[in-house]
Design a protein. Structure first.
Lengths: 298, 337, 318
């Protein structure tokens, strides 16, 4: 009676599991896909140092994270955009008072295929490309071919941030292809000579098949390249002094003022060890936390 | 076993055991216990049998419960289209877009339905042809030995996780197709339909095979006696007589194609545009649900709109499934005559 | 009445051509399947190692293995089949043994067929709306818990998948029950057995291998599904396994109220949302290969087993 044995085993297993205590001490982190790599690395390293704490990281988008914070299903929401007024309202209605912590900085880059002759953009032109006002590369001094736009899902903080900050809240063109992650955009643009996409600089850094376009705040002003000359690493200066027009903070939102284990974790993240990981995963550490990099020759 | 108690035929065919309970007055206590157990067993099994109906109903109720709330805040007209400002001419115009995250959220279902149709219809047509050929091959042409290789192959094909198909198309087939057709968009409805075909070809082939095998031997022999070759028998006799089975296969295949999620999410590009061009990126209802539902706040307007999309999808596939069910049961009844 | 022309030779050639076309299409379809599997195998072969199968992901998911995903998949499908098998088998018993040809059986069969055709993402919606929010939140309110049941968890994902695989199990079990010869039932009845005795001592033991086939097919199906678990419990990354220790004992058990990592979701997330898709592509291929191998072997086993007892039945009938 193998079947009966199997059933008995399963019954005992499930009874045992449902009786057990499910509320183990843990911190749940949910949200921004932009931050998920960093968040996961934070969790990995922190847990190695503090074996008692268990941290669970899930991506899904800033909207997911904040929605979960509101629903009470996560302790920390990662967000690559500031929380919206409407979200604060619905959080309060649920008895949650979001507490904001800036955890890192991120520059957004606009990328095209390596073979694209277009050299730089202004913020206004960038907006025009993604709203659908500009539809041919010819209008930007490129080849006579339609522009193929790659965007993010509406759940991503990048989508919302780009829309609010660059596109002045206009809608994306309907024919934007929506991909699930910034990495997918990098892949797609690398394969598409007429493609254009946007996303965190970290995702595009060091790829020879992509070109990060310098962007000028308005027509007539010099375009700023977010990369250091030669394309080796992000130029922190232009991000810190905000001369590069598309940069943002990456936030952690907590359900309340941090205390106990969560406070330790958040402090660790904003401290030198956490910020070192920020740098390692390709984002920009908060100013003043890390010692300035030693100049060559010193 | 017990001492023999004479059983009438009604016991074997499961008539109401209550009658038996009464008839069993004066039986031994042990027997009475057995009869009671028997009665309980029947009730339990009947309840389990009803579960399938219960689940279908629950699915409908819960989709409707969440989905219909969308109408409380969203004007029904907005599920068709809305007036927006054209970015180039800056003139107001009527657009049909799905843009739930916006100053003025736009909830037109038309591009999503069109996207689903642009995947499901080509996939069904293509898989219909291929599945018909496979079904004919399995039922009429293949030798027993060949059939025993091809048939399990088809079943294994049906068992491949769809996410694997999506991944494989994403990393290799999409580029091949682009090189072949020189399309502007690498991820488009065509590669989506191709991926969905992998899922529904086995379904269609199996159903076509079943329909053809159900045709009595005498009909084939009659055709041969009239001097027809095997192919002529297949084409002029077997295909026409299994037409309802083939139709049911196509309907069911289309239902599967409409419901396929992971493949289309990964390879269609997910642009919500109203287009008839097979080589443009499209966004299906299923992909929209998979991409957006996880992130919205429960109870928000978009949350209800997404459940409404789910409800529409469920109703569509429900009617397709029912249609196939009716066609098949008609066929069965006719063949029994 | 169709009249067949007398030009036999050209008709035979045309027939051979079309028959060849059908055979060619069928074999091409299989070749496409083989190509897909070979592509996955070739891409993933280099990645598979003992470490890959037994280690958790490391270094921001760009290195390490997929053990938590394998564990999550196995735990999830076990829990699923534990929920689905008793229900599915009972429903099938009702359909074959009790219902007869009446209207009830026809409606139930229609419902089962319809359930099999419900899009998998709709199951995901249903799982979220019914299990997580309705049942889960309801339980929390009832028990006075703040948030224990009312969030995505393995239990809800398994329950959602259980409904999805129910038709698979019902259909297989029905076939297995039909295969038990009527003469055996009649012999048992003739000895005075009640219907329940006939079922529990004669019919079900004989249908066992058929039922097991259904269970394996169900597990294979459930292991490969992604859409139904998207909103009901799977996680991108979990630093520990979804297990918990039974209080006051040294025994660890699967924790059905925890979230979990799962192979098919891992393939999806790693191929679309990874930090560096080119770098992690070998990992995705490796994960895909593990998943394909698991489902493939289960399906193959079930198909071969089923073929064996189908043949035995044919022989028994003479």
């Amino acid at each position: 009676m193998t079947l009966r044995k199997l059933l008995i085993a399963l019954v005992s297993l499930s009874l045992a599991t449902t009786c057990s205590d499910a509320k183990a001490e843990k911190i749940t982190v949910k949200g921004s896909d932009t931050m998920v790599i960093t968040a996961q690395k934070w969790a990995e390293v922190y847990q190695k140092e503090n074996s008692k704490t268990s941290i669970q990281v899930t991506g899904g988008g800033s909207g997911v994270g904040i929605a979960s914070l509101i629903n009470g299903t996560t302790d920390i929401a990662d967000a690559s955009r500031p929380i919206k007024k409407s979200e604060i309202d619905s959080a309060r209605a649920n008895g949650v008072y979001p507490f904001e912590v800036k955890s890192a900085l991120d520059g957004l880059a606009v990328v095209v295929n390596r073979s694209n002759p277009v050299k730089e953009l202004t913020v206004k032109v960038t907006a025009g490309i993604f709203t659908g006002a500009l539809n041919n590369w010819k209008e930007l001094g490129g080849p006579d071919h339609e522009i193929v736009r790659y965007c993010r899902e509406s759940s991503s903080g990048t989508y919302v941030f780009f829309k609010e900050d660059i596109m002045k809240n206009k809608d994306y063109a309907a024919d934007c292809q929506t991909l699930q992650g910034t990495a997918a955009i990098a892949e797609a643009v690398a394969k598409d000579p007429y493609g254009v996409g946007y996303g965190g600089i970290a995702y595009f850094e060091g790829r020879s098949d992509l070109k990060i376009l310098p962007i000028s705040p308005e027509k007539g002003k010099p375009a700023i390249n977010p990369m250091k000359p030669g394309g080796k690493g992000v130029n922190y200066e232009v991000i810190y002094d905000r001369s590069y027009p598309i940069s943002r903070y990456l936030y952690l939102y907590l359900a309340r003022k941090p205390s106990g284990e969560i406070k330790d974790y958040v402090d660790w993240i904003t401290g030198p060890q956490g910020q070192k990981i920020v740098e390692e995963t390709g984002y920009i550490p908060l100013p003043g936390v890390l010692p300035p990099p030693a100049k060559p020759g010193n | 076993m017990d001492k023999g108690i004479p059983l009438d035929n009604s016991l074997a065919h499961g008539r109401t055991p209550v009658v038996r309970l009464r008839a069993s007055e004066g039986l031994s206590a042990r027997r009475r216990r057995q009869v009671l157990l028997d009665w309980l067993a029947e009730k339990y099994f009947a309840a389990a049998g009803g579960l399938a109906i219960l689940f279908i109903l629950l699915i409908f109720i819960f989709l409707a419960r969440e989905g219909l709330q969308a109408f409380r805040t969203i004007d029904p007209m907005r599920f068709i289209g809305a007036m927006t400002e054209n970015v180039i001419t800056e003139q107001p115009e009527f657009t049909t877009t799905w843009q739930p995250v916006s100053e003025v959220p736009k909830y037109s279902l038309l591009p999503l339905m069109m996207g689903s149709a642009l995947i499901a219809i080509p996939a069904t047509l293509f898989s219909g042809l291929v599945g018909l050929a496979c079904g004919i091959f399995l039922s009429e042409i293949a030798s027993r030995r060949l059939r025993e290789i091809v048939k399990p192959g088809m079943e294994l094909m049906a068992g491949i996780p769809t996410v694997i198909i999506g991944f494989f198309i994403l990393v290799s087939v999409a580029s091949l197709v682009q090189d072949l057709f020189h399309t502007t968009r690498r991820l488009n409805a065509f590669v989506g339909a191709l991926g969905v075909s992998v899922v529904i070809i086995p379904t269609i082939a199996t159903l076509v095979e079943d329909a053809m095998r159900a045709i009595p031997r005498e009909i084939r022999e009659g055709a041969y006696a009239l001097g027809a070759t095997r192919w002529e028998t297949i084409r002029r006799v077997l295909i026409p007589s299994s037409m309802s089975g083939i139709a049911a296969a196509l309907i069911l295949g289309m239902g599967r194609a409409l419901g396929e999620t992971m493949i289309v999410l990964m390879v269609t590009g997910n642009a919500a545009v109203l287009t008839f061009n097979l080589f443009k990126s499209v966004r299906t209802m299923t992909a929209t649900l998979a991409a957006e539902l996880g992130e919205v706040a429960q109870g928000s307007e978009q949350y209800h709109a997404l459940f409404l999309v789910g409800l529409v999808l469920f109703v569509f596939t429900f009617f397709l499934n029912m249609a196939a069910e009716i066609v098949i049961s008609r066929m069965r009844r006719r063949l029994r005559l | 009445m169709t009249r067949f022309p007398s030009n036999t030779r050209s008709r035979k050639i045309a027939g051979a051509f079309y028959e060849g076309l059908c055979a060619g299409v069928a074999l091409l379809t299989l070749a496409a399947l083989a190509w897909l599997l070979a592509g996955i195998a070739r891409g993933g072969w280099g990645t598979i190692s003992w470490e890959f199968l037994t280690q958790p992901p490391d270094n921001g998911m760009t290195a390490g293995g997929v053990f938590p995903a394998i564990f999550g998949t196995v735990a999830l499908t076990l829990l699923m089949i534990f929920l689905a098998l008793p229900l599915g088998v009972s429903a099938a018993i009702y359909l074959t043994e009790y219902a007869g040809p009446g209207i009830a059986a026809r409606v139930i069969r229609a419902a089962v067929n319809n359930l099999a055709g419900v899009p998998s993402i709709v199951f995901g919606l249903f799982g979220l709306g019914f299990f997580v929010l309705f049942i889960g939140r309801g339980l929390d309110a009832f028990l006075g818990e703040k948030l224990l049941f009312g969030q995505p968890a393995m239990l809800w994902a398994a329950a959602t998948l259980a409904i999805l695989v129910l038709p698979v199990i019902i259909v297989s079990t029905e076939e297995a029950l039909h295969a038990v010869p009527a003469s055996q039932r009649e012999a048992a009845y003739a000895m005075g057995a009640t219907k329940w005795q006939v079922l529990s001592r004669v019919v079900i033991p004989q249908a066992r291998s058929g039922i097991l086939t259904g269970a394996i097919l169900g597990v294979a199906r459930g292991a490969g599904e992604t859409a139904p678990i998207l909103f009901t419990g799977c996680a991108y990354y979990l630093p520990r396994l979804p297990i918990v220790r039974i209080p006051d004992t040294p025994i660890w058990m699967i924790n059905p109220l925890d979230q979990f990592m799962q192979l098919s979701y891992h393939v999806f997330i790693m191929s679309t949302q990874s930090h560096n898709p080119t770098l992690v592509r070998p990992i995705v291929f490796g994960t895909a290969l593990v998943l394909v191998t698991l489902t493939f072997l289960m399906n193959l086993g079930a198909i071969l087993w089923r073929r064996r007892y189908r043949r035995m039945r044919e022989q028994a009938r003479g």
